[in-house]
Design a protein around this ligand. Structure first.
Ligand SMILES: *Cc1c(COP(=O)(O)O)cnc(C)c1O
Length: 353
């Protein structure tokens, strides 16, 4: 088998998705399965569909096109990053819905949808404090007034995204605010909003502990499905698998070396100055994987080993009392940041197990 490789346990991902869908559906909340960390991998996407998600969400149109080509017209697909003006035609062709915050883009979506004879759905994102995407609440009603008359555009609902940029967490206050915005739009314009999307994997605690979810009827879940954890404190969600992914790399050097570098010590390849403590000689192993393929800080190391450092293509480990064997493999648990890199690296083979 080739190394490095990412082993993906599809059955565990399916089981996680099913558990979350069941937990949330009983609370009146549908799940959009977010595939961006898996680069829109069609096998994972179909696993999510089979687990009962009500649609797929991805931040990149390329990933949506990949899933569309493989899964056909059936699944509802949402572009969950605001479309680039330069990509509106691809968005109208391949996504059913997009998340939006700019009138110029929504107008371009309307023009393009009209030209192509299609109807495109809009979920308007509302800024509720995390300071990433969203219309400021005070501008919401004017924005809706401008969107509603646009041809070939359907305002499907509103949404918000929290805990991504600044860690502003979903709570009873901001979720109630979102519900109230939905009511105000419906009453003010005599429309019905189908989707009130409360957030991402950071909303799990809110969804499972609050009894009143107001108008919120959708969450978009990526990390919780893939890693079995909520994302405010990265606590495991009961009953979910935490280890659907394993990253495997091969040993290319194994030697006893001093624990202290010598010579004139300056910055390393990544601009940091390392200070080491002298632990005598250690069993050092080099694995053929680097920062191009993973986030070294996001690896769960084998018991009894220690990460000494990493560069673009080398991961240097202290293997403790067990000297590594050339050509042998080492397995790591990974986090979301490493999944992103490993999925994006052409050097990492992806193996479904
Ligand atoms: C990435 C993303 C999600 C999913 O986030 P997770 O933390 O992986 O659940 C949801 N909504 C938006 C807008 C996103 O960009």
């Amino acid at each position: 088998m080739s190394a490095p490789r990412l082993e993906i346990n599809v059955a565990k991902i399916t089981a996680n998705a099913k558990s979350l869908v069941d937990l949330l559906n009983t609370r009146g909340i549908s799940v959009t399965g977010v595939t961006k960390a898996a680069l829109g991998c069609p096998i994972i996407a179909s696993a999510l569909i089979s687990a009962g998600v009500n649609g797929l969400g991805d931040s990149r149109i390329e990933n949506i096109e990949r899933m569309r080509a493989s899964l056909g017209d059936g699944p509802h697909m949402t572009l969950i990053r605001a479309p680039m003006l330069s990509q509106v035609e691809r968005v109208v062709r391949h996504a059913d819905t997009s998340f939006n915050t700019e009138l110029a883009v929504i107008q371009a979506l309307s023009d393009t949808a009209t030209r192509l004879g299609r109807v495109h759905g809009i979920v308007l994102m509302v800024e509720l404090g995390d300071l990433r995407e969203g219309v400021m609440p005070g501008d919401l009603l004017d924005m809706v007034a401008a969107i509603l008359p646009l041809p070939n555009i359907t305002l499907q609902g509103i949404g918000t995204n929290l805990a991504c940029l600044n860690g502003a967490s979903p709570d009873a206050n901001n979720m109630t605010a979102l519900s109230n915005h939905a009511r105000k739009i419906e009453q003010g314009f005599g429309v019905k909003l189908d989707v009130i999307s409360g957030g991402n994997s950071a909303n799990i605690d809110w969804a499972l502990t609050q009894t009143d979810h107001g108008r919120i009827n959708n969450l978009r879940l990526g990390e919780a499905i893939l890693f079995g954890r909520e994302t405010l404190g990265r606590m495991p969600i009961e009953g979910l698998h935490l280890n659907a992914f394993t990253l495997i790399a091969e040993v290319i050097e194994a030697k006893r070396k001093p624990s202290l570098a010598w010579g004139t010590i300056a910055q390393n390849a990544f601009g940091t100055t390392i200070s080491l403590s002298d632990r005598g000689r250690v069993s050092q192993a080099i694995l053929a994987i680097g920062r191009q393929d993973c986030d070294p800080d996001g690896l769960t190391l084998p018991v009894g080993t220690q990460l000494l450092g990493s560069s673009s293509d080398h991961l240097v480990m202290d293997t403790g009392t067990n000297p590594a064997i050339i050509g042998s493999e080492m397995s790591f648990g990974i986090n979301y940041a490493t999944l992103l890199r490993a999925m994006s690296s052409p050097f990492v083979e992806k193996l479904m197990v």
